[in-house]
Design a protein around this ligand. Sequence first.
Ligand code: HH2
Length: 269
Amino acid sequence: MSSKRPKVMGVVNVTPDSFSDGGRFLDEAAAVSHARRLIAEGADLLDLGGESTRPGSDPVSEADEIARVVPVIAAVRRDSAIPISVDTMKPAVARAAVAAGADIWNDVTALRGAPDALATAAELGCGVVLMHMQGEPRTMQDAPRYGDVVAEVADFLAERAGAAMAAGVARDRITLDPGIGFGKTLAHNLALLAGLDRIVALGFPVLLGVSRKRFVRELDPTAVEAGDRLGGSLAAALAGARAGVAMVRVHDVRETVQALTVWSAIDRS
Ligand code: HH2
């Protein structure tokens, strides 16, 4: 058990608004103002992404992804020192993001997405988040299968941390993430949330992404819209805090900071 509250990473999506005809400027302006709002709400870090990893979502070209995220990173960096992470599977996007001021490469493929991913991470010298995913985003929810899901995810993350270090990524730059919802059924997600201490025991900081995810709706079928899932998201974040995760990736920053602050005050008293 740990009473130090996990850091709160606020999610900023930089994806085009299909209802706006104002083009890129509006997307950019909306993302920058969202980032500023999350900073004001108490985010400890920001995670910026220009490509959705949702099951069935369309891939985005390298050039488009760079054009989406780089101006937003640069704008946030101009008026804030907050650590910025870029959520991308592409080494070229990570490189452009770090050049614009990002500090961390959050890669849902755990640096398996491109042949030069490991070498690029080592060269950039940035922090890396290595996440577990079974399969690939488009098909990962078709038929996920595991023997012991916690053991398999822990073994995978230990192997990827080893690969990153062998490629030259410093040990203290690595964060691990069990990848809730990425190629996992409800039972797999719950087993991982109950067994998070075994991932924490690997000895790296752990990031947990549970915010607004589908497992909440699977437990509460009335939570149809992502915005209906705050209660379940907070419950899962608190389970992570109890297990000693270092960071939670969330959409609802203010509410999560409050929940974790109250939890840690109780835990310390
Ligand atoms: N989850 C999503 C995207 N990136 N990165 C890490 N490290 N861990 C996660 O759990 C994670 C992630 C899923 O995001 P989704 O619900 O598809 O959308 P959003 O980007 O709004 O969170």
